[in-house]
Design a protein around this ligand. Structure first.
Ligand code: HEM
Length: 463
């Protein structure tokens, strides 16, 4: 009693609001609805309602894990076609999640990541060398090259496997299979089931993509079993790790689910973040200058070392601010544990319903950021300022998700990205290839800039 109806657009029979989505950029549609209907609204999908919240206050309330849990609905449920109950797609109550969580978390802890610095540095240097050789007259397809970087880095560091992506014009078949898998999972999710017969060839390709992903992971696993190694990486943790709680180990099938999960989760998002970061730096030359000055001061022209990483505070803030404005996972899903009344007694959300936390909108909440909400200002992400804002507006910045289901690879992504950014700023000046380029988005469950090309000119000899 006392609650009010949750507003939302009117819905069509059978399809609900499915046809109202911008198919290339569904997140944008949800942001537009947030503008129109406010911090919570309801849309209809063929199988029922979906709630979307988009303010810091509501996101904060729904980050309470005693009242809300990660919901495996929609796109995530479709991803299970490829990676089953791997760590990203498993329900929190599924014993497979707890098992994987306990075995895999240490593999991405601070000590392990420090140990990966040399391999990260090697892959980063290959990219710098490639851009130096290409010279300032060659347009760089930014997202492709960052995808080469992040895929090669996660696979080398976590499983000792080399994709050698820089040596191929086409991205590795794993990447196109992965993109196909992600896009079609998203499409299947919004497609009413009675439409399926019209999508037989899409379905065939979908399962071929999945087969390729699983074949690549199987090859990596077989190779390691053939040539055992004393590397202390993710793959070793999966093969040898014993769960302290249950004494169990991961099965081969589960290892494959999780290898694919890490290859996907571990590079797509980071590549998008780096691409957006360079777009923002080029667009805000003063910020570029400050970032470059920090690199010159902390590192100078010498080699980049592990100990520099924690000193590059401004670069770190640039990446965090990039994720505020362009969170590469723009939303996550939760479900209420039992009926919940939210928004100060106003709205009833029933047990188990689908609720989207629209981070991409909540990150720009004017209550938190005033009239600078849309502006790229890394200063607000420097530690002191960030802490002050977060004390007043808890959970205002959530690009790595929430609580026990938050990102395992955050430290990995940050170290890898600070390193490459420092190396690139140390060595190159950047500009847009086409000066009239305006940011467009490409959404495949994660988000990246679309058609973003730039040029890199050496500042001096490569360091
Ligand atoms: C989970 C974002 C990099 C591995 C998540 C979640 C988000 C996220 C939002 C929560 C998803 C949900 O609630 O459904 C990001 C961003 C990254 C990044 C923005 C880069 C900028 C990485 C990297 C790895 C990784 C490099 C691997 C090394 C994972 C895994 C989970 C996860 C395994 C699932 C954890 C669980 O459910 O227990 N990430 N991530 N991520 N991320 Fe990341």
């Amino acid at each position: 009693s006392g609650t009010v109806p949750i507003p939302g657009p009117s819905a069509w029979p059978l399809f609900g609001n499915v046809l109202d989505f911008n198919r290339d950029n569904p997140t944008m549609t949800m942001e537009e609805w947030a503008q129109k209907y406010g911090e919570i609204y309801r849309i209809m999908l063929p199988w029922g309602p979906l709630y979307v919240v988009s303010s810091q206050a509501m996101v904060n309330e729904l980050c309470d894990e005693s009242r809300f849990r990660k919901n495996i609905g929609g796109g995530l449920l479709e991803l299970q076609n490829g990676v089953h109950d791997g760590i990203f797609t498993a329900d929190t109550n599924d014993p497979q999640w707890g098992l994987a969580h306990r075995i895999l978390t240490p593999a991405f802890g601070p000590t392990s990541i420090n140990g990966m610095f040399a391999e990260m540095h090697e892959i980063a240097s290959q990219l710098a060398l490639k851009w130096a050789r290409h010279g300032s007259e060659t347009p760089i397809m930014v997202t492709d090259d960052f995808t080469r970087l992040t895929l090669d880095t996660i696979s080398l560091c976590s499983m000792g496997y080399r994709f050698n992506s820089y040596y191929h014009d086409q991205l590795h078949p794993f990447v196109s299979a992965m993109t196909g898998f992600l896009i079609e999972s998203g499409e299947r999710f919004v497609r009413p089931s009675f439409m399926s017969p019209f999508f037989r060839s899409a379905t065939k390709k979908y399962f071929q993509d999945i087969a390729l992903l699983r074949k690549v992971a199987q090859d990596v696993l077989d190779e390691r079993k053939k040539k055992p190694s004393d590397r202390k990486d993710l793959l070793s943790a999966m093969l040898n790790g014993v769960d302290p709680k249950t004494g169990q180990k991961l099965t081969d099938d589960s290892i494959i689910d999780n290898l694919i999960t890490f290859l996907i989760a571990g590079h797509e998002t980071t590549s998008g973040m780096l691409s957006f970061a360079f777009y923002e730096l080029i667009k805000y030359p003063e910020t570029m200058k400050k970032a470059r000055e920090e690199v010159d001061m902390v590192i100078g022209r010498g080699p980049i070392l592990l100990e520099h990483m924690s000193k590059l505070q401004y670069i770190s803030a640039v990446l965090k601010e990039t994720l505020r404005l362009c969170p590469t996972i723009p939303s996550v899903e939760v479900a209420p544990k039992g009926d919940q009344v939210i928004g100060g007694g106003k709205y009833l959300v029933p047990d188990g319903s689908d609720i989207i936390l629209l981070y991409s909108a909540a990150h720009r909440d004017p209550r938190v950021h005033g009239d600078t909400a849309d502006k790229f200002m890394p200063e607000r992400m420097l530690d002191e300022t960030y802490k002050r804002t977060n004390d007043e507006y808890p959970n205002f910045w959530k690009p790595f998700g929430n609580g026990q289901r938050g990102c395992i690879g955050r430290g990995f992504a940050m170290q890898e990205s600070i390193l490459i950014m420092a190396m690139l700023l140390q060595n190159f000046d950047f500009k847009l290839d086409d000066e009239t380029y305006e940011l467009q988005y490409l959404e495949t469950l994660t988000v990246k800039p679309k058609n973003f090309w730039m040029r890199a000119e050496l500042r001096h000899g490569l360091t």
